[in-house]
Ligand binder design. Structure first.
Ligand SMILES: *[C@@H]1O[C@H](CO)[C@@H](O)[C@H](O)[C@H]1NC(C)=O
Ligand SMILES: *[C@@H]1O[C@H](CO)[C@@H](O)[C@H](O)[C@H]1NC(C)=O
Ligand SMILES: *[C@@H]1O[C@H](CO)[C@@H](O)[C@H](O)[C@H]1NC(C)=O
Length: 623
């Protein structure tokens, strides 16, 4: 309607009204508000039984509408067509992950494995559309049931791939009608992970895997995690296990792990460092992960050393079935020889070997490097805590001069950092006072949030046929992404409330680097530039949360519309988004949310600031 009178005006005045005219328009709207506002208070005078808050709400609604109208007018004036809802993309984009186009990478001249790496610089601006769910898509089961059973229509895997999945962490899956079942430990048959994990603990010298956290193992990076069964087992021991695996068009390990509610992100060993700072993980695990560790002058092993904390473990479980000709004794020797040389140079000691499993321990003694042979791998010279976002693999050993060089066996055992550890991080980004203030803020914010996450807040929310009245969600959220975290406050508050979620803490690449601090706390985290797509599959998160990211990004070079399309891609149908920002940014976000077809409500926290929340839910679009 608005645009039709505007079109008529355009015919009379011409297609592009002068900007002054727009301001005139705005001013008349403001005058209208003042008139309405004063007439409201007149009514108030005459009829004292109308509550003031109602009038205030109406007044606010008019004011908000005025801002939206102004934004619309402005976009019309710029020649942008009236905002419309985006269409669904074609079926071929159901599992679309941007930046991993092998044929485009080959055309651009990438080779030697680099064609499989992430290359966002080659991303061409395609037609904007919403990635649709597959036809058989079903809302995932709630945690923990969803850890053991997923809908086969939700992931892209071929029957042959499924049957051929032969590796240890993959083979024990059963396909039932439209479900993929992973064995639960309490089931009649279990997947062997319990035995495997106990074996690892014993090799380290512990009585059982329950003792791993006390021994300093709280976070594990699982390279090419199969279908995440190792992580699924360790989750019950409160060990944070993050899966990384390369992009795979079908049968993706990252997609399956996330579908099961386990932390995972696309990442690979090709030419660049992983997007973690040095000294990040207590253990790096590779079970038949297919990486040739002694290749490329040991660069990949040096990268493992970089992300390992002092005293941390590297677990390698090698293929069993391939070389049947040679005796296992021979095979062990063949595999160990080149590794032996490299690991000595890295100051790792072979702690134990059993069957096909080897465990090395990284030195906790920084003086070890001085006693190595001459011509060994050099120590890096640059600032070791430099942000590793798109940094090439280094031929040198990192982290040795870091203040964060603390043996994992010597850390405080609780999940909270000691004040000494806080102080160390304070050198980088965290002041203890800021940290505790931030935490208090999130404790109270979370109480608000959880009550907002119910379809009830959308009064016009369509109920699905046969649904009971919607209840506040209980376990329906498992995979949470905090798109711009500072100190992991949301993560901490969720854990304190005993919600069965895990949080992918994203530290924006341009923000101050708090990632080392977050990883030291045992959280999952990654660095990311939100002007680029996030390295994950569609529909992998249940909730996205972003505090202040809109007002931050409007000052950047990238498009907010693209950000919303990307958020829509990674959010599962019926998933939630909570945006927190100043009023102007939230108003803009509401317009964008309408274009990606989310249900959206602005929530005024009524605390006197101009901060607003936009709570959104993505609909389950079929068609
Ligand atoms: C991948 O790149 C090729 C060559 O540039 C292009 O034709 C194709 O459309 C791209 N595919 C996707 C899914 O973007
Ligand atoms: C742990 O700390 C103690 C006391 O500060 C020290 O003697 C010991 O060498 C440390 N252990 C490791 C593995 O660094
Ligand atoms: C109100 O809440 C917002 C966000 O929840 C917060 O940033 C702001 O500081 C609060 N303002 C006051 C005056 O308490």
């Amino acid at each position: 309607m608005r645009s039709s009178w505007f079109n008529k005006l355009s015919i009379i005045i011409g297609p592009r009204p002068p900007v002054n005219w727009l301001f005139l328009c705005l001013i008349s709207l403001l005058v209208l508000i003042v008139v309405l506002g004063s007439s409201s208070s007149n009514i108030d005078d005459q009829a004292p039984d109308i509550p003031v808050s109602l009038i205030y709400t109406n007044y606010r609604r008019v004011k908000e509408q005025a801002v939206v109208d102004y934004l619309e007018l402005r976009s019309v004036a710029r020649g942008v067509s009236r905002q419309r809802e985006f269409d669904l993309c074609g079926k071929e984009r159901e599992n679309f992950v941007p930046c991993y186009n092998v044929s485009a990478n080959l055309l651009a001249g990438f080779k030697d494995g680099e064609e499989f790496d992430r290359h966002c610089e080659l991303l061409v601006e395609a037609e904007r559309c919403l990635v649709r769910p597959p036809k058989e898509y079903k809302i995932p089961l709630q945690w923990p049931a969803g850890r053991d059973v997923i809908w086969s229509g939700n992931v892209k895997i071929t029957k042959n791939q499924f049957l051929a999945s032969g590796s240890m962490t993959k083979r024990l899956m059963l396909l039932e009608e439209n479900q993929i079942a992973f064995h639960s430990e309490d089931g009649l048959i279990y997947d062997g992970m319990k035995d495997y994990s106990r074996q690892l603990a014993e090799m380290i010298g512990l009585g059982s895997d329950n003792e791993l956290p006390q021994a300093g193992v709280r976070t594990i990076l699982d390279i090419n995690c199969g279908f995440g069964s190792f992580a699924a087992h360790l989750a019950s021991l409160k060990i944070m296990t993050v899966c990384i695996a390369p992009y795979e068009a079908t049968g993706s390990q990252v997609q399956l792990a996330l579908e099961r509610g386990l932390p995972a992100v696309i990442g690979n060993f090709v030419a660049r460092q992983l997007s973690y700072p040095s000294l990040s993980y207590d253990m790096v695990h590779c079970a038949q992960c297919g990486i040739i560790w002694d290749g490329k002058d040991g660069r990949f092993l040096i990268e493992v050393d970089r992300v390992l904390k002092p005293g941390g473990y590297f677990v390698l479980t090698s293929p069993t079935s391939r070389s049947q000709g040679s005796s296992s004794q021979m095979k062990r020797r063949n595999m160990l020889m080149p590794m032996e040389e490299l690991t000595q140079q890295l100051c790792w000691t072979l702690l134990a070997q059993q069957d096909e499993t080897f465990i090395w321990q990284k030195t906790a003694d920084v003086n070890c490097y001085a006693y190595r042979k001459k011509h060994a791998i050099p120590l890096c010279k640059e600032d070791d805590d430099a942000q590793s976002y798109y940094r090439p693999l280094q031929p040198c050993i990192s982290g040795t001069s870091s203040k964060r060089w603390i043996a994992i066996q010597n850390r405080s055992s609780g999940s909270e950092l000691s004040s000494a550890e806080l102080k160390i991080n304070g050198k980088y980004c965290v002041q203890p006072e800021d940290f505790f203030e931030d935490l208090q803020f999130w404790r109270s914010a979370l109480k608000n949030y959880w009550s907002l996450l119910t379809p009830l807040i959308f009064s016009d929310h369509p109920k699905r046929p046969g649904d009971e009245d919607p209840l506040p969600p209980f376990n329906m959220i498992r995979n949470v992404m905090d798109m711009s975290t500072k100190f992991g406050g949301l993560n901490t508050a969720l854990l304190e409330e005993k919600k069965s979620v895990w949080v992918m803490n994203v530290v924006p690449a341009t923000a101050s680097n708090s990632l080392p601090f977050l990883l030291d706390r045992g959280f999952a985290g990654v660095m990311h530039d939100w002007c680029e797509p996030f390295p994950t599959y569609p529909r992998t998160y249940d909730m996205l949360h972003a505090n202040g990211i809109l007002s931050h990004l409007t000052s950047e070079r990238c498009s907010l519309m693209n950000l919303f399309l990307e958020m829509d891609r990674i959010l599962r149908p019926e998933g939630w988004v909570i945006l927190s920002d100043n009023m102007g940014a939230i108003e803009m976000a509401r317009t964008l949310a309408a274009q990606v077809r989310w249900e959206a409500r602005i929530i005024d926290l009524q605390n006197g600031s101009d901060q607003r929340l936009l709570v959104c839910q993505k609909p389950f679009l079929k068609k």
